[in-house]
Write a protein that binds this ligand. Structure first.
Ligand SMILES: O=C(O)C(=O)C[C@]1(C(=O)O)C=C[C@@H](O)C=C1
Length: 257
């Protein structure tokens, strides 16, 4: 906040980490919101949707059309945003804000949303939603999209983390990049104790945010949680952190092009 607007160096390791902490809140609230609905399988079933002129499930319909509107409204002009269906997105029709060019231009070609999409529907959703059908398919799809977007933004934020790390120590990164040494890069960008702190904080936040708040003084026990906090830490441990690191490696490999 204290940097002058044209200092060019608006991101630091501390500031990007702060941003990642703030994004945890969005992801955890997204999990809590999705957990309000049961699994609602029809949302994901291509046979069920039968939408005229559209081939796919209801969630695909909602995501593709929402992304198209948001693209027109300028969402993807921000280098922090990555679409799930970037093919054939309409151009922005609004005046553009000039985002600071902090990343190497190669960043634009990194989009791992296909892997995120697969993980979300195959692995995460079964842990979050209890099985059942309450008919709220459109609401379910809208919740899926906002949670997917939050997870995707967090993971692709790895581009910014990697750029900061590179600028802080180009002499350490350059030889590994030239040697295309993925393992070496992975090792260099990893801070095991930071990862552990992240996981623990996420679990704690999920427990706190998911608590039933009452004005009585009775203890808020486990039963009262809107959502199992260990799901949030599993999400981070198994997918969010590993994907963020994958983005960092991919970004660094292109950094000297
Ligand atoms: O904080 C960093 O340095 C990051 O790169 C982010 C992150 C994470 O995804 O939370 C990923 C790799 C590091 O080992 C630690 C944490």
């Amino acid at each position: 906040a204290e940097q002058s607007p044209d200092s060019g160096n608006v991101y630091t390791l501390a500031s990007v980490r702060e941003d990642l902490v703030r994004q945890e809140d969005t992801i955890i609230y997204g999990l809590i919101e999705r957990a309000k609905f049961p699994s609602n399988p029809h949302t994901y079933d291509e046979e069920y949707a039968q939408i005229q002129g559209f081939c796919g499930s209801l969630v695909e319909f909602v995501v593709k059309n929402t992304e198209a509107i948001q693209a027109k409204a300028g969402r993807y002009k921000n280098p922090e945003e990555n679409a799930f269906f970037p093919e054939n997105l309409p151009p922005s029709i609004v005046p553009s804000y000039s985002f600071k060019q902090f990343l190497h231009p190669g960043a634009a070609s990194i989009n791992i949303n296909k892997s995120i999409w697969k993980m979300y529907f195959q692995e995460l959703l079964p842990l979050v939603a209890t099985s059942g059908d309450d008919g709220n398919y459109a609401q379910t799809a809208a919740n899926d999209l906002s949670l997917l977007q939050a997870i995707s933004r967090r993971i692709h934020y790895g581009k910014f983390v990697a750029e900061v790390k590179f600028r802080d120590a180009p002499q350490d990164y350059e030889p590994l990049i030239r040697a295309k040494d993925k393992e070496g890069l992975m090792k260099l960008l990893t801070f095991t104790s930071v990862e552990e702190t992240v996981r623990k904080r996420v679990e704690k936040k999920a427990a706190v945010f998911g608590q039933e708040v009452s004005l009585d003084n009775e203890d808020d026990d486990e039963e009262n949680h809107k959502f199992d906090p260990s799901v949030a830490s599993s999400l981070y441990k198994n997918w969010v952190i590993p994907f963020t690191k994958e983005v960092q490696v991919e970004y660094l490999l292109r950094r000297l092009d």
